[in-house]
Design a binder for this molecule. Sequence first.
Ligand code: SAH
Length: 221
Amino acid sequence: MNSHDVKDDPFCNLRHNMVSSQIRSRGISNQRLLKVMQSIPRHLFVPRYLQKSAYDDHALPLDSGQTISQPYMVALMTEALCLQADDKVLEIGTGSGYQTAILASLARSVFTVERLRSLSHMAEKNLRALGYDNIHFLIGDGTLGLPDKAPYNCIIATGSLPQLPESLLAQLDENGILVAPVGGRSLQKLLCVKRIGTKVEKHDLGGCQFVPLIGQNGWSS
Ligand code: SAH
């Protein structure tokens, strides 16, 4: 597991407050996750002019009209994945790479796909500088998944989908879990789908608002 050296980190108190007042207080109880969110320097994943707001209770804009998700949403989605230290994870929508850092801290390896080259390169540079060596960065249409490297123990989509693509479910390992915002262009339901043998079990984790995934199994623009 990677962890940021928090010595001399002026953001340490803000991060501590974020975890206690936004994450733990809303019912997230996975201790490994709470510890990781306490250590990852979220301010390094937002544009420089927004660093002071990095630990606020909302999403923030990134370059190219994309967003870094609200900390609580990141925590809710990650907890739902029930990650184990030996897991192989597929992330669709690298964006800033903040969610990627959390996944890579809790699992064995992460394959993360981003449509926009500039965002993927920035996230890769950042995550390598922080010492992560278990992340594979790919540029392309993540709505198709990454069949070459399947099956995955967990799949997470960090942008919205109009419906759940069969091809993604097919890339889940037996007992694998997929978490994705599914529904309309501006409002979605956060779905957690567990694959149990040939069956799937769906849970609705509540309403959410994500930027769209643009692609063959996503939105057209
Ligand atoms: N987890 C990220 C969220 C980024 S927003 C974070 O917290 O920073 C969703 C991301 O999905 C955007 O970066 C967007 O460019 C990307 N995206 C959109 N369509 C995609 C597709 N078909 N495949 C992969 N990434 C896509």
